[in-house]
Design a protein around this ligand. Structure first.
Ligand code: ZN
Length: 324
């Protein structure tokens, strides 16, 4: 077995007591679920933990993997420089990922490092994981402006590298949900905010990973989410695998959605190769002139109930259901 499981977790800095100074009590359900998720990571005893963080170095058309031997970071930016974490990078894993992507000319690798310090999207999950487990090496990957399908594909390279090296790999998809849940929240309110959160919790809670590809990019942007691409990369890392999901918690008292789900890989399942399904659907729709694509980005149009994508979304959904 290579990729053995993963978690979807948020990264509010104030969840760390030194930053929150008492405010963290308002998200105590999230804290409890985070401990449980971190406990699951520890129980699976991974050799390598891959953290996908939207706050690591991010390029429009490239997935940056952090190079080097190790890194540390702290919450100085959030007035708590005394709280920090350190981790040793899995250099062999990074090399293998670099090699695989180089061979395929896939835009992922260690070029263009700008910020060595661990970002808060990485620090928050490590804050919890380190309370349970330290016997692992880290791989840190940033998101990109590329399509959801690209992110899924990037995840598949993580799985191939894990297999080639015989590593037990655990994936942490670090991402907040909508930032637009409340008028008094940091980015105000938008109707797409709560709608996104409800949809993503449903999709992730059932591990219906094909659905991730069916969200439209403009809908996600209006919802102001930060984790969708990372969740999609994690899904790609579990491509073709049977997955046991658990939905642990959801809350958003500050106007930002925090959701936690855990995923255990339980075996193989060819019915869960979602990118193939997505791409054959896409081609078919395109041929039939149903306007499936934004020609410039290749991004899917609306996956809503009445959109032209409905039939494809339905197919992807059925693929997911089959395994439960
Ligand atoms: Zn974020």
């Amino acid at each position: 077995m290579a990729v053995i499981g993963g978690i979807m977790v948020p990264h509010p800095p104030l969840i760390v007591p030194e930053v929150g100074r008492g405010q963290e009590i308002l998200i105590k359900d999230t804290i409890k679920a985070y401990q449980e998720a971190a406990g699951m990571a520890a129980e699976l005893k991974p050799d390598t933990i891959v953290v996908i963080s939207p706050h690591a170095v991010m390029y429009a058309d490239y997935f940056h993997v952090s190079p080097g031997k190790k890194a540390r970071g702290d919450f100085g930016q959030f007035m708590a420089p005394q709280a920090g974490e350190e981790a040793v990078y899995d250099e062999a894993f990074v090399r293998e990922l670099d090699r695989l992507c180089g061979e395929d000319d896939f835009p992922m690798g260690t070029e263009g490092e700008r910020e060595k310090e661990l970002d808060h999207g990485t620090l928050v999950p490590l804050h919890f994981i380190h309370q349970h487990y330290r016997d692992y090496k880290l791989v840190r990957i940033g998101g990109s402006g590329l399509s959801f399908a690209h992110h899924y594909r990037a995840g598949r390279y993580i799985a191939i590298a894990a297999e080639n090296l015989g590593r037990r790999v655990f994936i942490v998809a670090s991402g907040d949900l909508s930032h637009k849940l409340r008028g008094d929240g940091p980015y105000g309110y938008s109707v797409q905010g709560p709608e996104y959160d409800e949809r993503i919790m449903d999709v992730m809670g059932k591990a219906e990973f094909g659905e991730l590809l069916a969200f439209s990019e403009s809908f996600c942007e209006k919802a102001g989410e930060c984790g969708h691409r990372g969740f999609t990369m994690m899904a790609g890392a579990m491509d073709g695998k049977a997955v046991m999901p658990r939905r642990l918690t959801y809350e958003g008292p500050f106007g930002v959605g925090y959701g936690i789900c855990t995923f255990r890989v339980t075996g193989d399942d060819d019915g869960r190769r979602f990118l193939e399904t997505y791409e054959s659907c896409r081609k078919k729709c395109f041929r039939q002139g149903r306007g499936f694509l934004y020609p410039s980005t290749g991004a899917a149009l609306c996956g809503g109930a009445s959109g032209p994508y409905r039939r494809c979304a339905g197919m992807l959904r059925r693929k997911s259901y089959r395994t439960r």
